[in-house]
Write a protein that binds this ligand. Structure first.
Ligand code: ZN
Length: 400
């Protein structure tokens, strides 16, 4: 009697066979597949249904030529979905939404962003995402049906069920961003928090390309991290790994919006940077202005960024001791500042064990503010069996 697992393995082998044959041929009908695989009509039909549902195969809009000696309608041809259409990358930040369309080889077709108050208006933000998406599709001559996959980044923790957790974004709590997007656009998106997508973006297309053990830091309105271990993003058991900004740095510190107290983010963030410097300046400061000042050699701005880098680096030193990474990639709104990166470097050298610190290269992200949208493109292009939300699929341990 066949073991249940072997039936599953047989089906997996048949699915892989169908994909390999179509990949080689370009496009084939179901009848072609029966002939080439030797499988029955019902088996081929069932395999094709599954592969279409998974987004691996699509039916071509044009049909093939009728078979020799036969009349009737020409057959429907199947091809790999990855050869046609576009994918959508969507980055919802605290203060902006950005949408990009990319070809299956990840080259960008069109990209656009708008400034708006995302934190306090989740539904309006998702409305705006839908409008932007439709604009880009229309301008590039595509329909919604041409979108083969999508990735969606959200500026707060998203659990493995795709739901917004904790009080970090109070007006978003309990929402499922994928549902909000699907309602408006019909797209089925893979949802991650923004720092996770920033890490995926830098890993796939940016500063971390070709590296396997990387800590990506997003220093922005908040402070988050994406951990790449052995080439894979670590999302954790409920999808919310990498909450660097909520590592406690002061047991007696102020209450944090996450419900804990004395978190790194209560001391280090874009708004805190501005608030720290403002009393010493006549002009009204913003994070971009502070970066300009630092670049022009302003001592106060440089000092503040350096101090912030040291505080982030102090926490990173502990994480680095655990993970032994080869890179710390610093991105986000003020992560690009050399003074901040120098602070991170100093703290790693001071507080990580020497061999760990020596193995680390600290560098700025290569994608800047586009890291998240490129990460969204990367997850949209992940194979169909990759997890839809943050959770990584693991195999049960074998008994005995
Ligand atoms: Zn916190």
């Amino acid at each position: 009697m066949a073991h249940g697992g072997s039936l599953g393995e047989l089906r997996a082998a048949n699915l892989a066979l169908v994909i390999a044959i179509i990949e080689q041929a370009g496009s084939l009908s179901r009848a072609d597949l029966m002939r080439r695989t030797g499988l029955s009509r019902s088996t081929v039909s069932s395999l094709v249904v599954q592969l279409i549902e998974q987004g691996v195969l699509v039916e071509r809009l044009d049909r093939g030529t009728p078979y020799k000696g036969r009349s009737g309608r020409p057959p429907i041809l199947l091809e790999l979905a990855t050869l046609t259409g576009v994918v959508a990358g969507i980055d919802v930040g605290h203060r902006h939404v950005r949408v990009a369309l990319a070809r299956p080889d990840s080259t960008i077709v069109l990209e656009r962003s708008v400034i708006l108050d995302v934190d306090d208006s989740p539904r309006e933000s998702m409305d705006r995402v839908a409008t932007l998406l439709d604009e880009l599709l229309a301008e590039s001559g595509h329909q919604r049906e041409d979108v083969r996959g999508s990735g969606l980044g959200i500026p707060g923790p998203v659990d493995s069920d795709g739901r917004m957790t904790s009080g970090i974004l109070p007006t978003w709590r309990g929402l499922r961003p994928a549902d909000e997007l699907a309602e408006r656009t019909g797209l089925v998106a893979r949802v991650h928090n923004d720092a996770h997508l920033g890490a995926r973006g830098e890993l796939a297309y940016g500063a971390a390309r070709g590296h396997r053990d990387v800590i990506y830091v997003k220093a922005s309105t908040g402070v988050g991290a994406g951990l790449i271990v052995d080439g894979h993003l670590v999302t954790g058991t409920t999808g919310i790994a990498g909450e660097l900004g909520h590592v406690q740095v002061d047991v007696n510190g102020v209450m944090c919006r996450c419900g804990s107290r004395g978190c790194l983010e209560t001391e280090v963030s874009g708004p805190k940077l501005v608030a720290l410097l403002q009393p010493a300046y006549d002009e009204r400061l913003t994070v971009p202005r502070v970066l300009e000042l630092a670049q022009a050699g302003d001592a106060g701005a440089t000092r503040a960024l350096n101090d912030f880098g040291r505080r982030i680096g102090r926490v990173l030193a502990n994480i680095a001791n655990m993970l032994n990474p080869e890179q710390v990639v610093v991105g986000g709104g003020f992560g690009s500042a050399p003074a901040l990166q120098a602070g991170v470097r100093d703290a790693l050298d001071r507080y990580a064990q020497p061999a760990t610190a020596a193995a680390i290269t600290v560098l700025g992200g290569a994608l800047g503010e586009r890291a998240e949208v490129m990460g969204a493109i990367a997850v949209a292009l992940d194979p169909p069996d990759a997890p839809r939300s943050g959770r990584q699929v693991s195999r049960s341990p074998v008994a005995g």
